[in-house]
Design a protein around this ligand. Structure first.
Ligand code: RB5
Length: 204
């Protein structure tokens, strides 16, 4: 497995720990920078090259670190073919491999400690994609282009009895705010069927 790794200044310290982890465990990697925690670097300048290196197939996986992990994950997820997961715990790291087949991992250098980061990286690198029903969902993501989403198909079972049904691609769902103002977003769902909100390792 070939890994592309990169960071901005906010992620530099944590990246050095992860690089050591990769070396200690025999992983092949290329460091896309940066090389200092004091010289400011714009995270898109690191995140896009790492994400493109993975999308092109030159690298199997990418690891990106910035202060929060959020900036690099936003960038990486704009690159077609990249499924970037921002993780702050090993359970999410395991489930995003099993369910999302994530190929880029984002970490927040100012959010998590190095031992937690190592546990996340270890799980993420060693867990296989489960396929099955998750494959169908990834196919939907891969096939999406702006404006192309037209609602659930029969294979996914719809939204259940109280979910908003889509009609001819022009559905609007109200978003209720505490101020009493109502906004609406095309294609946004203000509630979900099914309850607990915690997928865990269940069979959903
Ligand atoms: C850099 O100060 C910081 O904004 C960056 O590392 C990251 O947290 C952005 O999402």
């Amino acid at each position: 497995m070939k890994i592309a790794i990169g960071c901005d200044h906010g992620g530099y310290e944590l990246k050095t720990k992860i690089v050591k982890y990769l070396e200690d465990h025999g992983y092949r990697y290329s460091d896309f920078g940066c090389s200092s925690s004091t010289k400011s670097v714009d995270y898109p300048d690191i995140a896009f090259p790492v994400a493109e290196a993975v999308a092109s197939g030159k690298y199997d996986r990418g690891i990106l670190v910035c202060g929060t992990g959020i900036g690099v994950s936003i960038c990486a997820n704009r690159v077609k073919g990249v499924r970037c997961a921002l993780c702050s715990d090993p359970v999410s790291a395991e489930l995003t491999r099993k369910h999302n087949d994530s190929n880029v991992l984002a970490l927040g250098g100012r959010i998590i400690g190095s031992k937690v980061a190592e546990a996340i990286v270890s799980k993420w690198l060693s867990t296989e994609f489960e396929g099955g029903r998750h494959e169908r969902r990834l196919t939907k993501i891969a096939g999406y282009t702006p404006g192309s989403y037209s609602g659930p198909d029969s294979s996914s079972g719809g939204f259940g009895s109280h979910g908003g049904s889509h009609s001819s691609g022009s559905s609007h769902h109200s978003i209720h705010s505490s101020s009493g103002l109502h906004g609406s977003r095309s294609g946004a769902h203000s509630h979900h069927s099914g309850g607990s909100g915690h997928d865990g390792s269940s069979s959903k």
